[in-house]
Structures are given as structure tokens and as C-alpha cells.
Ligand binder design. Structure first.
Ligand SMILES: *Cc1c(COP(=O)(O)O)cnc(C)c1O
Length: 391
């Protein structure tokens, strides 16, 4: 049976090329970068070389704007808590974000609400796109930060980041973006796009788990999230994850080098799959078709449970998801699909498939052969389908 991993938005396979670059730092060069002898300094050099290269690949002015973290969740927590707690003394107590952010942002906002911050959760409408004018209208005297994700992890919609960045810059409000899903699939340039803070993680782009970064524009004052040693210029304590950092750099470099061909190819496969699946009666694509990550397909098939579809896909060798990895396992409908205005019963029936450069046209053909059969089978067993099929 064909095995297809179609859950690259949850995590990706570590690329052999990346592992090879990491290996020396997992074996021979085990020194602590804070130590003065040879293997310590060698490790330190590896971290600083990665920092410079990553800064260049993100369009940052200086390597000193890149801070390594344990991943996307830490970076998101740090950006919001670090800025808000810093600006509170200046009377800033308002945060603007969207309804469909990753929980690393939403739950951080909830925690900050308990500390007295007020949060505006912007609508994302039916197409899953934040309107820049809504951001402009929501900004107040006391707004500390705007945080809007670059691309959504469930439905893959790409947000007008440069426009939002421009508005924030004009209104002198800090702008953070969670670019975990966009990195490697959309061209990011923090200078051109007026981004003040940006979160990224290695494991969504074929790098290792447990390593990410927060870009912080020079001159921005931010409180620490992790206190301790003097690493990361006194801003983020903890002995550096050298191999992880080297892996993050190698993964991003590969993604940047191949972005045009890779995304063009993926778009063709994605569109073939979307067109094929839309031929199933009462199916719909969730989120904008045009402003969408090249590797994301998220569909609803009315009358069936996303979870039952997933089980059948699994039996056929296809690993997919019913939404984000963090909410699946619970039976709550996805907060992202609810934010699009989908009714609960429809939001339950969604399936996300996310691809990578190893995905082939044969994989897509196989999915197109399997899914319509499963949907028919499940609908034939569904009492709900009896009621809605002729509507
Ligand atoms: C995966 C993900 C995160 C969390 O990143 P980790 O490195 O797993 O902590 C944050 N934001 C988005 C949009 C994600 O997809």
C-alpha cells in the first residue's frame, strides 16, 4: 500500500541534508559556546555563522536581531509577554490579534487578559483573511502590539502582512507575526514588510524539533521570558541548542534556495487535488483559494465526521489531520473553522492535508481515488446525510 504523509503543517521529516550538517555538533563539537577552549569556540562560531545567515535570509539588518529559542510557542509567548509587560508601565494595555491565531498566541493573550490587558480579536471573514483596515480601526492610544499570523496553520490562508506592517509603522505600534507556517513557502523580508517581531520554528521546514527563533528589530525594548545565564545577549538564558541552530539555518537556507520551483510545483499538485475533491457533491474548500499556502488543502464534506474520515484515510496509508494537531484528539470543532463562520456540524467534518517537496503526482492521484470512495461509504452509513443530501 502507498504511504503518504500529508500532515506537514503538524511537523515535517528531518531532512537528511540537515541532519548531516547537525551531526558534528551532536558528536565531536559538544563544547559549551560560553567556554574559551577549542570546541567551545567552535560551537560558538557555528551559532554565530547560523545567526548571520538566518538574518540575511529573513531580510534583517543585523545578526544581532535574531534570538534563538526552543520553537514557535516560546517565540510567540516571548513576543507578546515580553513586549506587553514592558509597555505596561507606559500605560499601554491593549493587544490586537485575530480570532484564528495558533493557540501559542491565543492562550498567551488569555493569560495577559488575566494580568489586566484588553485584547481585540479581529474577524477573519469567510475567506480566512484579516482586513488591514480592521487593524487600522482597532489601533488605540494604548495599543501595545499587533500580532497577526503570516499564514494560518489549519487553512493555509496568507495574510496581507506587508500592508498590516505599514499601518502599524504609520501608527507607531509594534507589529509581530507568527511566521511558523509561512517560512519556506512565502518570501519573508522583515525590512520590506515592516515586521518588528517574527516567530519561526525549525521543525515545520524539515529542521529538528525544539529549535526556533524570534526576530526582534533593533532598538525594541522587551522583557525576558527565560531568566538565567547571559546567552543570546542577556535576553534568553540557557545553553544554546547548537545542533538545532545549525539545523534551523540549513533548513531555512534550503527552503529559500528552492522556494520558486518548489512552490510552483506544489501549487499545481494542490490545485489538482482541490479541483478533484470539489467534484464530490456538497464539499467545500475552507479559506481563500488564491491567498493560500502552496501545500495546504482543507476541505469539508457535509454529512460526515472529520474523525471518521481520518481513520479511513489512515487505513489507506494516508496520514492527514482534522485541523491542528493541538485540538485533534478533542472533539471540539476547530476554532479556525468557527472563525470563518462555519456552523458547528460542518466544522466537525473538515480534513486538512499538507504536503511537502517529496509529494508526487501519483500521491495526489491516489488520494483522489481513495477519498471519494470513503466519503461515499461514510455518507451511506450516516443518518445525517439522509436529511441533508437533497437540500
Ligand atoms: C506549529 C506552530 C506553532 C508552534 O511551534 P512549536 O515549534 O511547535 O512550538 C506556532 N504557530 C504556528 C502557526 C504553528 O503552526
Amino acid at each position: 500500500m502507498r504511504e503518504i504523509y500529508a500532515d506537514n503543517a503538524a511537523t515535517t521529516a528531518l531532512s537528511p541534508m540537515v541532519l548531516e550538517k547537525m551531526m558534528p555538533y551532536l558528536t565531536k563539537v559538544y563544547g559549551n559556546p560560553s567556554s574559551l577552549y577549542g570546541i567551545g569556540q567552535e560551537a560558538k562560531n557555528a551559532v554565530e555563522t547560523a545567526r548571520q545567515n538566518i538574518a540575511k535570509n529573513l531580510g534583517a539588518k543585523s545578526a544581532s536581531e535574531i534570538y534563538f529559542t526552543s520553537g514557535g510557542s516560546e517565540s510567540d509567548n516571548w513576543a507578546l509577554k515580553g513586549i506587553c509587560q514592558r509597555l505596561k508601565a507606559k500605560g499601554k494595555k491593549h493587544i490586537i490579534t485575530s480570532k484564528f491565531e495558533h493557540h501559542a498566541i491565543l492562550h498567551t493573550c488569555k493569560a495577559l487578559e488575566k494580568e489586566g490587558f484588553e485584547v481585540t480579536y479581529l474577524d477573519v471573514y469567510e475567506d480566512g483573511i484579516v482586513k488591514p483596515e480592521d487593524v487600522a480601526n482597532a489601533i488605540r492610544e494604548d495599543t501595545a502590539i499587533v500580532s497577526i499570523m503570516y499564514a494560518n496553520n489549519e487553512i493555509g490562508t496568507i495574510q496581507p502582512i506587508a500592508e498590516i506592517g505599514k499601518i502599524c509603522r504609520e501608527k507607531k505600534v509594534l507589529f509581530h507575526t507568527d511566521a511558523v507556517q509561512a517560512a519556506g513557502y512565502v518570501k519573508i523580508n522583515v525590512e520590506e514588510q515592516n515586521i518588528d517581531l517574527l516567530s519561526m520554528t525549525a521543525h515545520k521546514i524539515h529542521g529538528p524539533k525544539g529549535c526556533g527563533l524570534l526576530y526582534i528589530r533593533k532598538g525594541i525594548l522587551i522583557n525576558n521570558l527565560i531568566e538565567g545565564g547571559a546567552q543570546e545577549r542577556n535576553k534568553r538564558a540557557g545553553t544554546e541548542n547548537i545542533a538545532g541552530i545549525v539545523g534551523l539555518d540549513a533548513a531555512l537556507q534550503h527552503a529559500v534556495d528552492t522556494i520558486d520551483e518548489r512552490t510552483e510545483r506544489l501549487k499545481v499538485l494542490r490545485d489538482k487535488l482541490i479541483d478533484g475533491l470539489l467534484e464530490i457533491p456538497k464539499s467545500r474548500l475552507n479559506g481563500s483559494r488564491e491567498k493560500r499556502l502552496p501545500n495546504n488543502v482543507n476541505m469539508c464534506f457535509e454529512g460526515i465526521e472529520g474523525e471518521s474520515l481520518l481513520l479511513r484515510l489512515e487505513m489507506n496509508g494516508i496520514s492527514a489531520s482534522s485541523g491542528s494537531a493541538c485540538t485533534s484528539g478533542s472533539l471540539d470543532p476547530s476554532h479556525v473553522l468557527l472563525a470563518l463562520g462555519l456552523p458547528h456540524e460542518v466544522a466537525h467534518g473538515s480534513t486538512r492535508m499538507t504536503f511537502d517537496e517529496s509529494t508526487t503526482e501519483e500521491d495526489i492521484d491516489y488520494i483522489l481515488e481513495v477519498v471519494p470512495k470513503i466519503v461515499k461509504l461514510l455518507r451511506d452509513m450516516s443518518p445525517l446525510w439522509e436529511k441533508i443530501k437533497d437540500k
